[in-house]
Design a protein around this ligand. Structure first.
Ligand code: BMA
Length: 310
């Protein structure tokens, strides 16, 4: 694993009121030869909005939209839209996010909306209607599986402390809410777990980057593989984290000791994981896919051993 040398790839802009304090936790999709990043931005008013930037190599940003591309609307999310996670299904980009309210009976729930790819390409930010899949249920860390399986959408979300799923055929009615991954006692992911990027399809199944929190409130990232045809089955889960706070920009900031991801892209055989450092800046880490999938590691190891022998 390599942290990108140019980290952080995005820092708060003191001259821009809506993103003056924190820019972090970006959702990502790869489309039309570039990575599109939708990031959480906090400004002077401490409200979270979503900003947008693109990168042709996935690491250096070459375009940044001047204004937020998605902002809170209505009582359900008056205090902010956080942690966007993007999934491309057919010609639509779906964005799940945390809708934050300031109501005694509601602090946060999941929001879901969509944007046509054509509109994204024209930077026309007329998003579709906003849905709240589980109205007023305390829930976050949501993303759609980027594929319709057996005619159903599959939503990952987090009812504390577990990663859960739910299914729907119209994105309005949801059923079969169930837990699929739970914290492990005495481990780096002992208190709660939540997904990072939406699952990425690979030959072995669905690769899931997820976060885990321990008793010291340290956020780390781990990896799991989900069954290809039935992604509610976890077929592999890493014992050790794949990323933990180590650099200054991960240890010190608005919330110390946090690496937190909402997006990743697979480019050739490398996965670029976008993550927020200490809830303040946006960073990237690059993984050879064989580092994340144990069977591929084995193949690579055997191949290297063979090359050494000859
Ligand atoms: C989560 C979310 C994230 C944040 C993380 C660490 O609950 O609020 O946006 O990065 O906590 O503070």
């Amino acid at each position: 694993m390599k942290r990108f040398r140019g980290n952080p790839i995005l820092k708060p802009d003191p001259h821009s009121s809506w993103e003056a304090r924190q820019v972090f936790n970006a959702g990502a999709i790869y489309l039309k030869d570039k990575v599109h990043l939708f990031y959480r931005a906090i400004g002077h008013d401490r409200i979270s909005r979503i900003g947008y930037a693109t990168s042709s190599d996935g690491l250096n940003l070459d375009f940044k939209f001047k204004h937020p591309v998605f902002s809170p609307s209505g009582d359900e999310e008056a205090d902010g839209c956080e942690d966007p996670r993007l999934s491309l299904i057919n010609d639509k980009v779906y964005m799940a996010y945390t809708a934050v309210a300031n109501l005694t009976y509601l602090r946060f729930q999941i929001g879901l909306t969509s944007l046509d790819v054509e509109k994204l390409n024209r930077n026309e930010w007329s998003w579709g209607p906003r849905f709240y899949p589980f109205p007023r249920m305390r829930d976050k860390d949501a993303a759609l599986l980027p594929k319709i399986l057996n005619g159903e959408y599959m939503l990952f979300h987090r009812v504390e402390p577990d990663i859960c799923v739910a299914y729907s055929d119209d994105l309005i009615q949801w059923w079969d809410i169930k837990s699929v991954m739970t914290p492990r006692p005495k481990s780096w992911d002992s208190i709660k777990v939540g997904i990072g990027a939406p699952p990425i399809e690979v030959s072995e199944g669905w690769l899931l980057i997820y976060h885990g929190v321990d008793y010291n409130k340290v956020y780390r990232l781990g990896v799991a593989i989900l069954d290809k045809n039935n992604p509610e089955h976890v077929i592999y889960r890493s014992d050790k984290p794949i990323l933990e706070p180590r650099e200054e920009y991960e240890k010190y900031g608005a919330v110390p000791n946090v690496v937190f991801s909402c997006g990743a892209v697979l480019l050739d055989d490398q996965i670029i994981v976008y993550y927020g450092g200490a809830d303040t800046v946006l960073c990237a880490a690059i993984y050879d896919i064989s580092e994340l999938i144990p069977s591929r590691f084995e193949e690579k190891y055997l191949l290297e051993a063979k090359i050494c022998q000859t």
